[in-house]
Design a protein around this ligand. Structure first.
Ligand SMILES: Cc1cc2nc3c(=O)[nH]c(=O)nc-3n(C[C@H](O)[C@H](O)[C@H](O)COP(=O)(O)O)c2cc1C
Length: 90
């Protein structure tokens, strides 16, 4: 079973503490385009998948981010006061 990491607790606490700030649930999702360039956009954080470190967001299957993640699973997630590098995405 996946170990719940320290950063997950820090992020969860930060989100609770800033729940009154509307944009605190947004994060920037940066991916890598096919040409190697960066792509970055805002998405809404929809919580963690159960008791794991996996972040959830909803999107349209036709959006560029889907193909970019399939081509290259590296990227970065940045909340206003929090940054996470991901190497795998589902
Ligand atoms: C405040 C805000 C929240 C957004 N939330 C989402 C979201 O939850 N999911 C999503 O796919 N796009 C969301 N968008 C739109 C994305 O920023 C982006 O424009 C869109 O997903 C297309 O990106 P892509 O084609 O590069 O993947 C949001 C935009 C704003 C301004």
């Amino acid at each position: 079973m996946e170990r719940v990491t320290h950063w997950r607790h820090l992020l969860a606490n930060s989100l609770v503490a800033n729940a009154h700030v509307k944009h605190s649930s947004y994060f920037q999702l940066a991916t890598v385009r096919k040409d190697g360039g960066p792509a970055n956009r805002t998405v809404v954080f929809r919580g963690f998948v159960d008791e794991t470190n996996t972040l959830q967001f909803t999107t349209d299957g036709r959006s560029n981010k889907i193909e970019e993640i399939h081509n290259n699973p590296r990227g970065e997630v940045r909340f206003v006061s929090f940054v996470i590098y991901f190497v795998e995405i589902y």
